[in-house]
Write a protein that binds this ligand. Structure first.
Ligand SMILES: [Zn+2]
Length: 118
């Protein structure tokens, strides 16, 4: 598009779907109805990336490193425990994986790790 985007106000964002300027608090776009993702991010969400935690939890057990996602979110103690028990023989890691997927995995401060990207 050759059209210049107008500047955004403090509480505005562009709709990811139709490009209209909408309120940054709007859970869905009033123009096209597309979800903005705002609703999925609680104000106390962890700054840690959910995608990174998910990848660490899935990939590193293949090289016998379980619990790296716990180190990532600052849970060093249980991270070491998960590492030396090989993720409770995989069961603990599997449970963590499910928690990350459903958005119930918490960081060290108890904040949910729900934001997919930094
Ligand atoms: Zn829209």
């Amino acid at each position: 598009m050759s059209q210049t985007m107008p500047p955004l106000g403090a509480n505005q964002q562009f709709c990811r779907s139709c490009g209209q300027i909408i309120s940054s608090q709007a859970p869905t776009c009033p123009h096209c109805g597309a979800p903005t993702g705002v609703r999925d991010v609680p104000p106390n969400a962890s700054p840690k990336s959910r995608l990174a935690a998910l990848l660490l939890c899935i990939l590193l057990p293949f090289v016998a490193i379980n619990g790296a996602h716990r180190f990532y979110v600052g849970k060093i103690g249980t991270g070491i425990l998960e590492l030396i028990t090989l993720g409770g023989l995989g069961i603990w890691t599997l449970i963590d994986l499910i928690l990350i997927i459903v958005g119930s995995f918490k960081d060290k401060q108890g904040r949910p790790v729900v934001v997919w990207n930094d």
